[in-house]
Design a protein around this ligand. Structure first.
Ligand code: SF4
Length: 348
């Protein structure tokens, strides 16, 4: 069994303790810390401002990461998809996207291997739930993306595999590390949930300055529970009510995520009903065009339908953005890449 000290994910005080325990100057810890989180480190040898003896010690007693990169796909639009192998062989996915604002580099990461939520349109759901990721495994996804690309991630969204609020403690501790160590501002972090009401209430009590996004995907209870089994437990109206309380307590706007799927939830009537349902909710709306693939029966709507849907919501006073289609030529939707490496037969 590998008993090496894993560097990525450690705090400055953890690193200082390691240096002191190994008869090194405490000051070396800060150098390692900067390399780990701010400089896209790929190899211990690259820490050239450390004495050779310290690098040799690190090579002998430490490993950079406990997870490894198993596969990577790059889309024509520059979107990159990463598949990571965890130490027990489970898989987790992350996506790196650059939007129009070229200074921003957004990474979408996973909090669980697989997912138990069973959303009917989601490839990850077909994988089933394997296990929660620990906070180091969550953090190391960003570490490896940075070291693999040589780029600094500026925005993080918890929107990959899994339901983040069902891995609550690891979610919160990883956000703390992204803020304090990777120096990603709280406002540049978004957590997306399918609507775990008790955990949204718990989040409201914390000093959580990041954005909460709710995967709503339907304008009412009936449609939502067909698409998302979680709605059978946490009902539509109660969810909207909880989110309203959340915005009142935190003073922060939430983001309503809505995946538009042809003839499922994209009609004019759906748009009008959604506009009424969220009229009192302090929120922006993010319309996501379904990432169509051959394994799924769901299709994306045409451009007219998308624009009409957007217009109706805007007319109701909401700020609406359409998330650009990213990585359409790769398996960019969560779960699509993992499913290639599992025995699970994906039907869609
Ligand atoms: S959409 Fe999100 S919550 Fe739903 S099954 Fe997929 S990963 Fe889980």
């Amino acid at each position: 069994m590998d008993t090496k000290f894993i560097l990525a994910g450690k705090s400055l005080s953890d690193l200082e303790k390691f240096m002191i325990d190994n008869n090194q100057s405490k000051f070396r810890a800060k150098q390692v810390f900067n390399w780990l989180y701010l400089k896209s480190l790929k190899d211990i040898n690259d820490m050239t401002d450390l004495p050779l003896s310290t690098r040799e010690l690190l090579k002998e007693k430490t490993s950079l990461c406990s997870i490894t990169l198993k596969d990577k796909q790059i889309s024509k639009d520059g979107t990159m998809k990463f598949l990571f192998e965890l130490k027990d062989g489970n898989l987790a996915e992350a996506v790196l996207m650059r939007f129009d604002n070229r200074a921003n580099l957004t990474a979408c990461i996973s909090t669980q291997a697989g997912c138990a939520m069973g959303c009917s349109f989601c490839a990850t759901a077909k994988l089933g739930f394997k296990r929660d990721l620990d906070s180091e495994e969550i953090i190391q996804q960003i570490f490896l993306i940075q070291s693999e690309t040589g780029l600094k991630v500026t925005n993080i969204v918890y929107m990959g595999q899994g339901e983040p609020l069902l891995n609550f403690d690891n979610l919160i501790s990883s956000i703390k590390i992204f803020r304090e160590q990777f120096q990603v501002g709280a406002r540049r972090i978004t957590v997306s949930t399918c609507g775990i009401i008790p955990k949204i209430k718990e989040l409201a009590k914390l000093d959580f300055q990041s954005t909460l996004a709710i995967s709503l995907h339907a304008p009412n209870q009936e449609k939502r529970q067909k698409l998302m089994p979680v709605a059978k437990k946490y009902k539509f109206d109660e969810l909207i009510q909880t989110l309203q309380e959340y915005t009142q307590t935190t003073g922060r706007r939430v983001t309503v995520e809505y995946v538009l799927m042809k003839d499922i939830n994209d009609s004019v009537a759906d748009a009008k009903e959604l506009a009424i349902a969220i009229s009192k909710l302090k929120s922006n709306v993010n319309l996501i065009i379904y990432n169509q693939n051959e394994k799924s029966n769901f299709k994306k709507p045409n451009k007219d339908t998308i624009q009409k849907f957007k217009y109706i919501l805007e007319a109701s006073g909401k700020k609406v953005t359409i998330r650009l289609e990213r990585g359409a030529d790769i398996d960019a939707a969560c779960g699509q890449l993992s499913s290639k490496y599992t025995k699970t037969d994906v039907h869609g």
